[in-house]
Design a protein around this ligand. Structure first.
Ligand code: MRU
Length: 343
């Protein structure tokens, strides 16, 4: 399995996902601003992965702060937090990771600054390691819904590349395969950034999972032909009522699943569930630049000057969601509140 991100000698090393699969190259981010740039430009993407990048960015940024006491250190951290939080608004994992670091600092405020700096590095590494374990647990809970011979559709990339490793939506597929079930995956290409074509297809092929790339608009026809048994997608932020924000096109896929009585599951680490938001209407939806739609890399595919609307995410109402697979178990949207008490 490919390594998405790691801390190496005070630098944040990330696989540049914007060039995959044509080029496999790693970028070493030498400061927090470069980490923020990487998140914005999609060198790294996927909710859990950008949460990890945020924690690592803060950790390396903190090393440069010159402070005599906790108050000065906290002041020095503020621009780092705000720069990183401003990169991408929809995935809650960035805020989640930063809040975790803030809590850690507050509960250790009596320590020397050098010790606090070391703690931040350690915690960023913990967030990465825990993420992989969380995904494996999602895999164990989710595999029960996959039968031998199933064909699963997924949207965007909620695989290893979107996480510390193992993936969220791909985790049940990996476990099902380990259990000896014969499965097939349809990967939606996922316009406009093509995370399905460029990333999901690439990583599942590398891991020996039978994957077939389809255009986004093929899903309905394939469902009607009885070719699809199950859908599993990831999420950037799931609200307390079970409304799910994920890559644009997820909502259409969920509606199609309902029409064809196909179970629609969301793989959601608890780090991506936002209990402070009562419904999906309150989730901020990122809009990205027009060039992502008018061009594929440097190739122009639309007229000069055409108006473009480029929503990066949509919200699937809870009524379309069969179950939310977390590392703590599987919940129906109505039962998601039970998870809050378990956290
Ligand atoms: O714009 P992206 O590529 O960051 O969007 C990613 C997704 O929509 C994923 O499905 C989501 O972050 C879950 S990743 C485990």
């Amino acid at each position: 399995m490919v390594k998405t991100i790691e801390l190496v000698n005070g630098k944040v090393r990330m696989l540049d996902q914007s060039r995959l699969p044509l080029e496999v190259r790693y970028i070493d981010c030498t400061d927090y601003k470069m980490v923020a740039e990487g998140i914005k430009k999609l060198w790294i993407r996927g909710a859990p992965a950008i949460g990890i990048a945020a924690a690592m960015g803060v950790a390396i940024g903190a090393q440069e702060i010159k402070a005599k006491d906790f108050e000065e250190f906290s002041k020095g951290l503020e621009p780092i937090f705000s720069t990183i939080i401003s990169t991408r608004p929809t995935a809650v994992n960035i805020e989640w990771a930063i809040n975790r670091l803030k809590k850690l600092l507050i509960s250790n405020k009596e320590l020397r600054i050098e010790k606090l700096k070391a703690l931040l590095i350690e915690e960023a590494n913990n967030i990465l390691a825990e993420d992989i374990e969380v995904n494996k647990a999602i895999g164990r809970f989710g595999a029960q819904f996959i039968k031998d011979g199933d064909t699963i559709i997924t949207h965007c990339n909620a695989g290893s590349l979107a996480t510390g490793g193992y993936g969220t939506a791909t985790a049940p597929m990996r476990v099902a395969k380990e259990q000896g079930k014969k499965i097939r995956v349809f990967a939606d290409e996922t316009r406009p950034v093509l995370q399905g074509a460029r990333l999901t297809a690439w990583e599942l092929m590398q891991d020996g999972i039978d994957v077939t790339l389809i255009t986004d608009n093929s899903a309905g026809a394939l469902m009607k032909m009885g070719e699809i048994n199950l859908a599993i997608v990831g999420t950037d932020r799931t609200a307390a009522n079970g409304d799910v924000a994920n890559k644009i096109g997820t909502y259409s896929l969920a509606v199609l699943c309902k029409e064809h009585s196909i179970p629609f599951y969301v793989a959601a680490p608890t780090s991506s569930i936002d209990f402070s938001i009562s419904s999906g209407e309150l989730i901020p939806i990122e809009e990205r630049g027009s060039r992502e739609v008018t061009h594929i890399w440097d190739c122009q595919i639309a007229p000069d000057g055409v108006k473009v609307k480029n929503l990066a995410f949509d919200v699937t109402p809870a009524k379309y969601v069969t179950g939310i697979i977390t590392e703590k178990g599987v919940f129906s949207p109505e039962d998601l509140h039970k998870l809050k008490d378990m956290r």
